[in-house]
Design a protein around this ligand. Structure first.
Ligand code: ADP
Ligand code: MG
Length: 640
């Protein structure tokens, strides 16, 4: 019968050490966390050969008394837990009193430490965890721990080490992450003698991001900040044009700890929906803080998994913080008061004492009205009702069908319904009619208090594609009219709870598709109908299009359906994304085209939306406008 024996202490220590210390990066993490726990305001890390031969962490924290040094290296020795109730902290903060014991067990280690109250420091050397004598040593206040020859006594572990460069990179990543989670601490990292990171530790995140992740990344960021109840979000996200090829530049810190979280990733990416080029991912450095009992962070060195008590409130906090920053981006700074159309209803606005006599009709000059069927006359509805939030440009004629009771269409953002007589029935309709579009009223009333900023002057259009204008600050803007209009159309389509207005084709268009496309279309007939396309199976790979959105040219029926079929094929994912994709196609097909002659009123409407900051990118994420400052122009002509 085999003899049962207790493992010799040093074997037990080595086994335990294997769990805590996997590679130089984990040593780095433990030592840095100790330094931060010790209240350091500056820490430095030096690595040689990826940290395997030499890894030194120096801090200016509270230090340790000479007589405490050997104790710190005993297993389960910690100054951070005193009562059983602190035990909960083991899970959340990882105080296990094992790090120093484990690291010293698998290396040759020197510690130098001095408390602020002490005139001199002390030094201790440990070899494979076995301590020597504590001796006096001249050293500054704080602690320096120098780890040499990591895993010299555990060759099996040593075999698992990657190349020095890979180990060094992993250790650097740890320093970077901690630097980003502690902007109030100055971090310095030297690799093989060269300084690769140095953060100022002035409490501001951006300089830390700049130092840790580089100038280019830092310059591509927008600040964000927001909260949802107890959940606070702050930090930076990349501007939509600065999308990355991978998610590597998405860093989330929950209560100061770096975590990986699909929920947080999804919340950020959802915020960028329709703003990023395909295949690009946003980058971010986001700090999420919430009460300790609302989150469970498992801090095993290898795992940074986080669980939230309320996923939804965290998702919403991040999503809304990100979207509001993206919406705000590039918008001209607003005065504190709300614009009049948000502060009062149109009825109140008309009733104000200084209101000029109302005009009932705004003539929209001939030409294709932006985003609309070719309706021309705009008559403000007589019923006072709340103003739709989004400024609207569409005007639609709605006539009751003879012999049928008239039902007003559900109000769609972005649309003004013009009811042609007989419309008496509308008065008894429970559904309030949307109010006239406030900006259009403002056209009629130049002295209305609506404009904080004079409209940009439109200098003209070039290449039948770009609108050139001049803003109030003397900068020149070039606006891609197709991209801008596509965005306007897309936003209106997306916001609408009802399908776009249909046009029936007198002769249905027969569209022959590839086998796959055909299948995809037939599977998605209801979704297509939600997008204004009424189609039916005509057999043998052919689909009949009976109706399509009224602003997609009928001649484009086949090409539009083909494009949508492609999207249905590629993106069988979630229905909302799919709908967005289809609406992209419709927006693109219905938007004014580059090369097409446009009416100046159309251009003015687009310019207004660019000026207000409402549109920045087309639905594919391409910019809608480019700005040339006076200075840039002057430089171009060598005037500056
Ligand atoms: P834990 O951090 O879980 O307490 P460690 O083994 O990492 O366990 O450290 C043991 C103890 O040594 C700590 O509780 C702390 O009192 C002390 N210590 C470690 N590093 C430092 C440091 N850099 N400055 C001051 N005290 C330290
Ligand atoms: Mg520790």
């Amino acid at each position: 019968m085999p003899q049962i024996q207790q493992l010799p202490a040093h074997i037990a220590d080595l086994i335990a050490a294997g769990e805590v210390v996997e590679r130089p990066a984990s040593v780095c993490k433990e030592l840095l966390e100790n330094a931060l726990d010790a209240g350091a305001s500056a820490v430095s890390v030096e690595l040689e050969k990826g940290g395997l031969t030499y890894l030194r962490v120096t801090d200016n924290g509270c230090g340790m008394a000479a007589d405490q040094l050997p104790t710190a290296f005993l297993r389960h020795a910690t100054s951070k837990l005193r009562t059983a109730s602190d035990l909960a902290a083991i899970h959340t903060l990882g105080f296990r009193g094992e790090a120093l014991a484990a690291i010293s067990a698998v290396s040759r280690l020197d510690v130098f430490s001095r408390e602020p109250s002490s005139d001199a420091g002390a030094r201790l050397h440990l070899e494979g965890g076995v301590p020597g004598e504590v001796t006096a040593a001249g050293c500054p206040v704080g602690t320096t721990i120098c780890v040499r020859d990591l895993f010299y006594n555990t060759p099996a572990r040593m075999k698992f080490m990657k190349k020095d460069s890979a180990e060094g990179a992993a250790a650097s990543a740890v320093v970077t992450q901690l630097a980003l989670s502690h902007p109030d601490v100055s971090f310095k990292l030297l690799r093989d003698g060269a300084e690769v990171l140095h953060t100022p530790g002035n409490g501001e995140l951006l300089p830390a991001v700049y130092a840790a992740l580089g100038r280019e990344f830092a310059l591509s960021l927008l600040p964000v900040s927001g909260s949802n109840g107890d959940v606070k979000v702050s930090g930076f996200v990349t501007k939509p044009l600065a999308g990355h090829g991978t998610r590597a530049r998405q860093l989330f810190f929950v209560n100061g700890r770096l975590v990986k979280s699909q929920l947080l990733t999804a919340a950020v990416e959802e915020g960028y929906r329709n703003r990023l080029l395909k295949g690009k991912f946003p980058g971010c450095v986001l700090h999420i803080t919430l009460p300790a009992d609302a989150v469970d962070v498992n801090v095993h060195p290898a795992k940074t998994v986080v669980k939230f008590v309320s996923d939804k409130s965290v998702f919403d906090a991040v999503y809304h913080t990100v979207t509001s920053a993206l919406d705000e981006e590039g918008r001209p700074p607003k005065p504190a008061e709300k614009p009049f159309f948000q502060a009062m209803t149109a009825a109140e606005f008309r009733a104000r004492p200084d209101a000029p006599a109302p005009k009932n009709a705004v003539e929209i000059p001939a030409g294709r009205a932006i985003g609309s069927a070719p309706a021309r006359t705009y008559t403000p509805a007589p019923v006072p009702a709340p103003v739709p939030a989004a400024p609207v440009l569409e005007v639609r004629d709605v006539a009751p069908e003879p012999g049928k009771p008239f039902t007003a269409p559900a109000p769609r953002p972005g649309t003004v319904y013009h009811i042609t007589p007989p419309a008496a029935a509308a008065a008894s309709e429970p559904e309030p009619m949307p109010e006239p579009e406030p900006e259009q009223q403002a056209i009629e009333m130049p002295d209305a208090p609506a404009r904080e900023e004079a409209p940009w002057r439109i200098a003209g259009e070039v290449l039948k594609t770009y609108i050139i204008c001049e803003d109030g600050d003397g900068a020149v803007w070039l606006i891609d009219k197709h991209a801008a209009h596509e965005r306007v159309r897309f936003d209106a389509l997306k916001a609408s709870p009802v399908p776009p207005m249909e046009q029936q084709l007198l002769t249905p268009a027969a569209v022959t598709l590839s086998g796959e496309e055909y299948g995809a279309v037939l599977e998605n007939l209801p979704l297509l109908e939600r997008c204004g396309f009424r189609c039916e199976d005509f057999g043998d790979g052919t689909v009949l299009v009976r109706a399509l959105p009224d602003d997609v040219p009928a001649a484009e029926a086949a090409s539009t359906l083909e494009e949508m079929a492609q999207k249905l094929l590629l993106q069988r994912a979630d229905p909302e994304t799919l709908r967005d994709e289809l609406l992209h196609t419709i927006a693109c097909k219905s938007a004014i085209k580059a090369g097409m002659t446009s009416d100046v009123t159309e251009l003015a409407a687009l310019v207004r939306r660019v000026q207000s900051g409402e549109i920045r990118y087309c639905p594919h994420g391409r910019p809608v406008a480019a700005k040339l400052t006076r200075y840039e122009l002057e430089k171009m002509f060598k005037r500056a």
